[in-house]
Each structure stands twice: as C-alpha cells, then as structure tokens.
Design a protein around this ligand. Structure first.
Ligand code: ADP
Ligand code: MG
Length: 722
C-alpha cells in the first residue's frame, strides 16, 4: 500500500469517527424528529386545537371534523417540510404484518396542483379489504373496509410518506385487524383497574395504562447465501441442512464482541428507529451464532405494538442495505436456538405508579398483592388463550424444545414471593427466624431481593421484580394478540375482585379473605422449578394444567363458550369475530405447512436429486477410467460410495413421493381444524423423514456438488458477514 493511500485511509477513518461523534451528540435532536409528537403538535397547532386533540388522545373524547381539518392541515405542512409527498393509513390486518396504501397530497386546482390533506382523509380511509384475511366474516362483494385514525399513536414520516396509524374494520363494523381489539382491551383493563384503585382510596389516578417492552431476537446472515436457498426465500427457515461441526456449544457468541459489519447495521438501525421515536435501547449478540437481540424501553401497549412492527420492518430493510438478510422466523435453523420475543408487561397509573411494584407500606403491599393475584387467577383460568396467542407453525418448533419455555403455561414468582403467598394462604408464620405472621393491609412485606426474581429463564410467565415477562412469543409475532389476551383476562379478574370488594362491609377483612382464596384456588399455576424437565410435564399433568403441544391442538380451543362469553362481556370480540380469528389462524397454519412441503418437494426433485446424480456420474466415470488404466486398480471406494449414495438417493425419491401423496390427502379434509390436525399428523412427519435422508446425503456428497450453502456457510464462514 502506498504512503498516500495509507494516509487517505487514515483520514477517511478519522472523518467517519468525527461524523459518528457529531451524530451521537445530536441524538436528542434526532430522537422523534420524524414523529408528529406532542412537541410537534404544540408547535404547529393553535392552542385550542391542541387542547382538544390532547383530550382525544388522553381521554378518548371524539374529535370533531373542524378540529380534524386543522390538525390534518398542520400535519401535512409539517410533513411537507420534512420532505413528504404522500400519506398513508397504516394498519395491521390479520396477516401479522402491517399494510399501507399510499396517496399523494396533490390535488388539481386550475390546471396546477396544490398539496392538500383534509380532516376526513386523516380520520378515515377506505382501502379495498377483499384481499385481507377475514375468516369468513365478509363476502367479497362487501369488499369495503375502513381504516380509522388512532390518535393515541403518533403519525410519523418514513420513506417520504406520512404514516397515520389506524384501526381497520369492515363495512358493517366487524374488526379486521389486530389494533382494534388491543385498544378495546386497554380500555377494559383501565376501567377495572381504576375500580380497584378507588377501593384503596386512590382518587387521583385518572387512567391505568398497560406498559409493554418487547425484547426482539433475530438472525443476520449474508444476503448472497440467503438468495441461494429457496427454503429461506419462500418460508423464512431452512427445510434442509445437517448440523455443522461447530454449533453453539462453546457459547462463545452470547454477549460476545459485535463484529464491525453487524455493529454498523445496529448503529444505523438505532438511528432510524430513534428518528421514528422508537426507544431502541440495548443491542447484543444472542446464544446462537449469527443471532442478536434488540430491547426497547417500554411504552404503552399500542405504541409498543406499533413500534415493534416498525422495528421488525426496519431490521429487514436495513439488513438488506448492509448486504445481509434478517431472519425473523422462530426457528430458521434446526439444532440451533430459535428466536423469541419477550413481552414484558405491567400496569401503571397516569401518575406514574407501577401497580406491580411491591411498594414499601402495608397499603401499597396489599394493593400489589391484589394485582398480583389478579394476574395469577387470569393466567390460570385462561391458559388456553395465552397458549393460543403464541401458536403458529413456526413457534411449534420452539415451544417445549429445550430452548424456549414449554407449551405448558405456568408462573414463576421466585421462592421468596411464593413463600409469602403460602404463609398468607395457610396463616402460618413467615420466615422462621423472625416468626412473623403477615397480615395484609397491616404488615409490611419483607423486601424482596431483586435478583431472586429473575433467575429462572425456563419459565413461560415470570415475575421479574415489578413486571411480568411472557416468554413464549415467537420472534415473528405481532405482540398484539398476546396483549389482548393478558389485558382482557386480567380485566376480568379485576372486575370480579372489585365487584366482591365493593360490596364488603369490612374492606380489609374481605381483602384478606379474597387474597387467601385466590391463592388457594390458583396456586397450581405457580411453578419455580425447571420448566424444561420431564418431571415438570408429569407434575403439570397431575395439577391439571393444559399441555397443548402444537398449534393444531391449541387453536380449536379459541372459540369455546367460556372464551366467547368473556370477549363479548368486555366488548373485545363478538362471537363471529372470535370464530373468524380462529379460522384465519388455522388456515394460516395449514398454508404455512403446505408452502413448506411444496418447497421441500421442489428442492428435493430439482436440486438435491440432480446433485446426487451428478456426483454418482462422476464416481462411476472415475471407476470406469481407473479400470481402463489397469484392471488391477481398486475401485472399492467408488463402488461402496455408489452403493450407499444410490440407496440414499432412492430413499430420497420415495420420501419425496410420500410427501406429495400426503399433501394430496390434505385436500380431502373439509374443515380447517381437521385439516390442521391432518397437516400436523401426516404432512409434518413426512417432511421430517424427507429431511433426514437429505441431511445424511449432505454429509457425504462432495462439497462442489451440493446445490446450496450449508449451515456452516450460513452461520459461520465463507460469507463476509460472520
Ligand atoms: P433486563 O431484562 O436486561 O434485566 P429489564 O428487566 O430492565 O432488563 O428490561 C427488559 C425489558 O422490560 C425492557 O424492554 C424494558 O423496557 C421492559 N420493562 C421494564 N420495566 C417495565 C415495565 N414496568 N413495564 C413493561 N416493560 C418494562
Ligand atoms: Mg428480559
């Protein structure tokens, strides 16, 4: 390298460093710069308009059209200043990803165009709904769907477009999206939690919010390698691939130093998310090679949901820009940890009190215990709904597979808190040494040591000091459904508690009895041991807990009478909407397995079989040539390999045919639930059998013949990303 070249590289590096430092000092300015947030509203709106919009955001008072017109105009001016030319209503249909339909601001006027955006356009949109999943809710001729602005989630600018977060429903008002039920469930829990707070004499809090912080895991692999694998392209996961010599056994990736290419990606991701007001906070390497995690600072549930969708979308987009592919599938690689999402969940008042914080005074403790009991009761009574909220073909590979919590729902409280609850229930003295009896509302709970509540990583639903962490979600999930379930079931428990306590003559006495009874009735759901162990499966069965091993087993429980009654009572879903959701999820499960099976058949027939044939042909030719040189030369190796490969190849062929036959059978089933069971019991095992023989072939077919990158290539080596 010449001196000049070295010098120029040195200065280029310095310059980049200076730019980075300059950018860092601008983070506060950068943060939320593309969001029409409170400060932008204050800045751009006349004060009376700002006040009425604020009332809508905080208390849900309806927005009248005059106000909406002014807001729309201000929003448009602000967006144009930032370079936007289009706007879109942004919604979350049942596909699990977000949808948008862009319109430009232009409007013809006297042969010219002006930029226009009305209150009506802000509040309501009308995308054609006929191609979104609706689970039989709506005939195609009634294709109209409406989007309605959700003013509680700020509008933002991305790709020169003003994005307006909206809810999506059908012409006749049926819910077609994931946001509407979430907003309704937030309302339900707010109402019930406030009733409880009033009973404890709290008249200041005007609202109880659900706070959520979703931790997101993902894989990054090289784009070139990604594009060579049809399975990754079509299904997001590898359908073939034998285990590489090195896996995650050395645990040398977890929290390891982040490689330059990955760190450049993470930095840009943070910056882009910050601009959109997403509180991306920590980024680190995960357990598996090429696996990483991003955790945001928590916010209210609907914003956390919107932001998590944006995070996943930007991860994919920026990975592509950096020459990589971001895999959000729950289990991209067999034999290597899959990716999950941890839903950290708590309740807090508009005055900033976290209701799952044990507190320091007897009154705070009593209130905490009641909220804690509500969660315990809710989780025990509705294990099915929590399980359903994390059911998908992809997540079936994780749950119960010794890397993620099992399919059995239980709660981890830690030994101290469990012992406290046991003493309360039995009336025994807590802590032998101090021999103290705990009286709720009179005594102070002992201080819990912080680290005892966060030790058990195997529990699906863990109390972690001042919040619960639900760990069964798959990385690709929208967090919406899970939070609808938690919010609604906890709202129901709080409702029952409030109804009982409001009638009580002696509040403290009634509270004591209620807490004791709840612990007694629902303590079976508490388990602090190793959730990955075989013993737990047996123990859970004895306790009568559900063990819904697969999506096909879980989903049919969605539309039970008990669940429908609850959803209708809290106005989350109508019976028709529950049925439609169940249908969509079942169909989605079948479609996913169908695509996977078809991809396997194609890869086997068109890539793997020809590769083996080519290798066989070369081996035969080598043997023939050897014989030509001298009949005495040994061809034993060629013969043995040819024999072994031929048998495996034939088996590959038969198993591919068997999978095709199994797929044909799926067409004969008539309803979605039967079809899902068929896919699980017939198609899925045929896929695994086909894979086994292909993976064996991979280990003996010459490297140059193998038609796509191997696990070793994808996770570790020849591509520049790793
Ligand atoms: P760690 O798990 O690394 O110890 P924390 O427990 O502080 O870190 O946070 C993990 C996630 O939980 C973060 O996304 C964080 O924002 C979220 N979180 C923390 N407190 C709450 C809360 N009260 N409600 C909801 N989420 C929370
Ligand atoms: Mg955590």
């Amino acid at each position: 390298m010449t001196y000049l070249r070295r010098l120029s590289l040195y200065y280029a590096k310095k310059f980049r460093e200076i730019r980075r430092l300059a950018a860092m000092s601008k983070v506060p300015e950068l943060f939320g710069s593309m969001v029409f947030n409170d400060s932008a509203m204050r800045d751009k709106l006349p004060s009376n308009i700002y006040k009425s919009l604020k009332m809508t955001i905080e208390n849900g008072t309806p927005l009248d059209l005059d106000v909406a017109n002014v807001v729309a105009n201000a929003m448009k001016d602000w967006a144009i200043e930032k370079g936007a030319t289009h706007y879109t209503h942004w919604f979350q249909p049942m596909t699990g990803i977000t949808a948008e339909k862009h319109d430009s601001f232009i409007s013809p006027r006297d042969g010219r165009v002006i930029m226009e955006f009305s209150g009506k356009e802000l509040i309501k949109g009308e995308p054609d709904a006929s191609s979104f999943p609706n689970g039989g809710l709506r005939a195609t001729f009634e294709a109209r769907g409406y989007t309605a602005w959700d003013p509680t989630s700020y509008a933002f600018i991305k790709d020169s477009t003003l994005y307006i977060p909206t809810a999506f429903c059908s012409y006749s008002g049926e819910v077609l999206d994931k946001k509407t039920p979430l907003l309704r469930s937030m309302e339900a829990i707010n109402r019930q939690a406030l009733r409880i707070l009033r009973l404890f004499g709290n008249h200041e809090a005007m609202r109880v919010n659900v706070t959520v912080g979703p931790e997101q895991e993902y894989f990054l692999i090289d784009k070139e390698a990604f594009l060579k694998r049809k399975d990754l392209i079509f299904t997001g996961r590898t359908l073939f691939g034998s285990k590489p010599p090195k896996g995650q056994e050395l645990e040398d990736h977890y929290f390891g130093a982040i490689k330059p290419r990955i760190s450049a990606f993470m930095r840009e991701l943070d910056e882009e998310l910050w601009k959109l007001g997403v509180l991306a906070k920590t980024e680190h390497n995960e357990v598996a090679p090429a696996q990483h995690e991003l955790a945001p600072v928590f916010s209210t549930t609907n914003i956390a949901t919107d932001h998590n969708q944006l995070t996943m979308e930007l991860m994919k987009k920026l990975a592509d820009k950096h020459g990589m592919a971001c895999l959000l599938h729950e289990k991209p690689f067999a034999g290597v940890n899959g990716s999950g999402k941890h839903n950290n969940w708590s309740l807090s008042t508009d005055k900033g009190e976290n209701l799952l914080n044990p507190g320091k005074t007897p009154e705070e403790n009593a209130q905490f215990l009641l909220f804690l009991c509500a969660v315990i009761k809710a989780v025990d009574e509705h294990q099915d709904l929590l399980r359903i909220s994390v059911a998908s073909a992809g997540n079936d590979h994780r749950l119960g597979a010794n890397e993620a919590p099992p399919a059995i729902i239980s709660i981890f409280l830690g030994d101290e808190l469990t012992e406290i609850l046991e003493c309360i229930e039995s009336g025994n003295k807590y802590n032998k040494k101090k021999a103290k009896k705990l009286e709720i509302g009179v005594d102070c709970l002992p201080q819990l040591s912080a680290d005892t509540t966060d030790r058990n990583r195997t529990s699906p639903f863990a109390f972690t000091g001042n919040k619960f962490e639900f760990r069964m979600l798959g990385s690709a999930f929208s967090i919406s459904c899970t939070n609808v379930m938690i919010n609604t079931t906890v709202a129901e428990a709080l409702d029952q508690f409030a109804t009982e306590l409001e009638k009580a003559e002696d509040f403290t006495d009634a509270l004591n009895k209620l807490i004791k009874r709840t612990i007694k009735e629902h303590k079976r759901i508490i388990f602090n041991g190793n959730n990955y162990s075989e013993e737990w499966v047996i123990e859970a069965e004895k306790r009568g807990l559900l063990n819904l091993k697969s999506t096909a087993e879980a989903l049919p429980l969605y539309a039970t009478e008990k669940n429908i009654r609850m959803f209708e009572k809290y106005r989350i879903y109508t019976s028709a909407e529950v049925h439609s959701r169940q249908e969509i999820l079942l169909e989605n499960y079948c479609k996913t397995l169908n695509i996977e099976a078809l991809t396997m058949i194609e890869m086997s027939n068109r890539d793997i079989l020809p590769a083996v044939t080519a290798y066989l042909a070369d081996l035969s030719q080598t043997a023939a040539q050897k014989k030509k040189i001298s009949p005495d030369l040994t061809v034993e190796l060629e013969e043995k390999l040819i024999q072994k490969l031929s048998l495996l190849q034939l088996s590959l062929y038969h198993r591919t045919e068997a999978l095709s036959t199994a797929l044909l059978g799926a067409k004969e089933t008539d309803d979605a639930a039967t079809q899902a069971t068929y896919f699980r019991n017939r198609v899925f095992p045929a896929m695994q059998e086909l894979r086994a023989v292909a993976d064996e072939l991979e280990t003996i077919v010459g490297r140059k013949y193998w038609p796509f990158p191997t696990y070793g290539d994808l996770l570790f080596s020849i591509y520049p990303s790793n």
